[in-house]
Design a protein. Structure first.
Length: 189
């Protein structure tokens, strides 16, 4: 539903995903060169550089053995220390329903804003929150199945219980169309 407000939308094509990440890698490399040339550490708000949000829904961590893994190209934009700009200027946000230890390794860092929603076992909860939190009483396995949107956020330190808002399809369509209009995009089919 958000496709109309995006600069680029990539479906299931690993080739297109790799190409897009190579493009963003180039943007980041250019920004580092700019910083080096001007003797600055960060790109400021008044620099004229765009901010990029890169949402990745249902990030596929296990491509077929014959396919190149897109995660190798996600490593560039994600873990760069001292990234140029306040809170970075490229924001990849991979999402998936059940991460694994392998997924954390593949994108070379922790899951960004990991939230454990209702799951069936303590071990599944620990995969998201971190090993041992279930034993400390922070387990998504205890969340009532009827408590939609309730989860544990493991942003930093001790997990925090949160409740996400539920948006029905009509509300999402309205918000997506509004976002597209703000960006000057035509939402007509």
């Amino acid at each position: 539903m958000w496709r109309a407000c995006a600069d680029n939308f990539i479906g299931p094509s690993i080739k297109d995903a790799i190409q897009a990440f190579e493009h963003f890698q180039g943007i980041m490399n250019d920004r580092y060169k700019k910083l080096l040339a001007t003797g600055r550490r960060k790109i400021a708000r008044d620099s004229g550089d765009d901010v990029y949000l890169i949402p990745i829904d249902e990030y596929a961590y296990s491509p077929p053995p014959s396919a190149p893994a897109p995660a190798g190209d996600l490593r560039g934009p994600v873990p760069r220390p001292g990234s140029p700009g306040p809170r970075r200027r490229c924001h990849p946000r991979p999402g998936h329903q059940r991460p694994s230890t392998r997924s954390s390794i593949l994108h070379a860092g922790p899951v960004l804003l990991p939230v454990a929603f209702r799951c069936t076992t303590d071990s599944s909860s620990d995969v998201v929150l971190g090993q041992g939190w279930a034993a400390e009483g922070y387990t998504a396995a205890d969340i009532d199945p009827l408590a939609r949107g309730v989860g544990w956020l493991a942003e930093a330190g001790v997990p925090r219980r949160i409740k996400a808002a539920y948006l029905d399809d009509d509300t999402i369509k309205y918000l997506a169309a509004y976002a597209a209009r703000l960006r000057g995009k035509d939402t007509a089919p």
